[in-house]
Design a protein around this ligand. Structure first.
Ligand SMILES: NC(=O)C1=CN([C@@H]2O[C@H](COP(=O)(O)OP(=O)(O)OC[C@H]3O[C@@H](n4cnc5c(N)ncnc54)[C@H](OP(=O)(O)O)[C@@H]3O)[C@@H](O)[C@H]2O)C=CC1
Ligand SMILES: N[C@@H](CCC(=O)OP(=O)(O)O)C(=O)O
Length: 421
């Protein structure tokens, strides 16, 4: 069977399974999640062994340190997967919820019912926990899903897939409700994004290479969870302590997430005060600073300093690298963000209410923050329980996407024999 035939088979199986999932009651779906969590705890050593195979191969292939960290299925990551499933179980069941019932003059009663999207194709980075997060949210929301994770995580994803199928079967649900693509051939992605007869929506979590292919080939509708060229702007009226804490955390707490800061903008009146203090913090992590001329002069002597190029303002580093620019004030900051942002997450640090409100209103990104780290753009941090990703799109779902983003609303009408005049 070639990859196209294989993917067509997954599509047929997913479509069939989606009908059973849409009918399954909430307790049954929760049961599957509970069984999956128990299986993860039981087989943690098997998962670690599979992850070691992935890590050994990734190191041999020279994978960047930040992406190795992301690939690592640590004890904490295992615990977080289990905790995430437990939290998803505790979330209110969105499926079948009827809202907004109103009587019309005609006598009919109109409302809306929340229903699963159907079959969700998810293409994502080599982060093993996403396999469980995505499977958990899709099962909870009554969807079937085809998961195509990053190739570096293939062994761990295979092992996780077995546990998911065990949980589904144990709850009496179709094992094909969650199918992990068992191939690293990118042709599988090409097939997945061009089978609208089986797949209702594609959720791509990826960078520019994936975006280009999707734009070129996809015939299945998408909710794009794409690159994070995220900004922090330190305003002239910023609280210095908050500015230092936020700018350090947004870059250095973790380098790989799409919500990590990639460009720091500093208002000219405070640049001479802020930048040297920030440099001292970044130096503890050997962060490379790529600065425009004005910032470069204020950072003279910093050991990892380079001149920023036009390309730097458009680059998502996912590493200990940060581009830095001095701006006149909020207008130039928002102009820069409008030109270079991937419309993911931006933050302003300021004690000026009107500047804060202007930033919130005028910056066109999926999360806009005042005096908080961009790293908070996250489903769990936003109280969604978990996230399928962070959408850069505006239609259907924007920002961190949880359960509701995997459903849609259909109208329901109750009548007593009414007919239209
Ligand atoms: N908005 C969000 O929620 C998230 C966004 N991201 C973004 O994703 C990126 C993560 O980095 P990285 O892992 O390098 O992302 P990549 O885009 O390289 O990989 C993500 C997935 O897309 C696949 N892919 C990439 N290019 C192609 C292609 N041309 N054809 C088919 N499949 C392709 C990869 O397959 P393969 O493994 O075979 O390369 C992988 O499964 C960053 O830009 C990050 O910001 C990441 C997580 C969440
Ligand atoms: N929501 C996540 C970020 C999204 C994510 O998974 O990003 P990535 O590290 O690119 O796989 C977090 O805040 O950790």
């Amino acid at each position: 069977m070639d990859i196209e035939q294989y993917m067509q088979q997954l599509g047929r199986q997913a479509r069939a399974a989606s009908r059973a999932m849409a009918k399954a009651d909430g307790a049954t779906r929760n049961r599957a999640l509970t069984l999956i969590a128990a299986a993860i705890v039981r087989d943690a050593d098997l998962l670690r062994a599979a992850n070691r195979l992935d890590l050994d191969a990734a190191r041999a292939n020279g994978l960047a340190p930040a992406l190795l960290e992301r690939l690592t299925l640590s004890d904490g990551a295992i615990a977080t997967m289990v905790e995430g499933l437990t939290q998803i179980v505790a979330l209110a069941d969105p499926v079948g919820e009827i809202s907004g019932m109103k009587f019309r003059p005609s006598g009919i009663q109109v409302g809306q019912m929340r229903v699963p999207l159907g079959v969700i194709g998810i293409i994502y980075e080599a982060r093993p926990n996403v396999t469980i997060d995505a499977a958990g949210l899709c099962i909870k929301s009554g969807n079937a899903t085809i998961l195509r994770g990053g190739s570096e995580a293939i062994h761990c994803n295979r092992a996780l897939a077995k546990l998911v199928k065990e949980g589904l079967a144990g709850a009496g649900l179709p094992e094909d409700a969650v199918q992990v693509v068992d191939s690293t051939d990118r042709a599988a992605v090409g097939a997945l994004i061009t089978m609208p007869q089986y797949v209702d929506v594609i959720v791509p979590r990826g960078g520019k290479s994936l975006i280009a292919r999707l734009m070129e080939e996809a015939t299945v509708p998408m909710i794009k969870h794409l690159d994070g060229i995220c900004h922090v702007y330190i305003d002239a009226l910023a609280d210095l302590d908050k500015a230092l804490a936020i700018a350090f955390n947004a870059k250095c707490q973790r380098y790989s997430p799409c919500n990590a800061m990639e460009t720091l903008l500093v208002a000219r009146p405070v640049a001479a005060q802020v930048l040297p203090k920030l440099a001292a913090l970044y130096a503890t992590k050997q962060v490379e600073l790529r600065a425009d001329a004005e910032a470069h002069a204020l950072l003279a002597g910093y050991p990892h300093l380079a001149a920023a190029t036009e390309e730097d303002w458009r680059t998502e580093y996912l590493a200990a690298i940060l581009s830095v620019k001095v701006v006149a004030g909020i207008d130039e900051a928002m102009d820069h963000i409008d030109r270079y942002s991937s419309k993911h997450t931006e933050a302003i640090v300021t004690e000026d209410y009107s500047a804060a409100m202007r930033f919130l209103r005028e910056v066109d990104s999926s999360s806009v923050m005042v005096n908080a780290s961009t790293r908070f753009a996250d489903g769990f941090e936003y109280g969604l329980g978990a996230e399928i990703g962070i959408s850069n799109d505006k239609l259907h779902a924007r920002g961190p996407v949880g359960l509701e983003g995997l459903t849609s609303l259909k109208y329901v009408v109750f009548g007593h024999g009414e007919v239209r005049n």
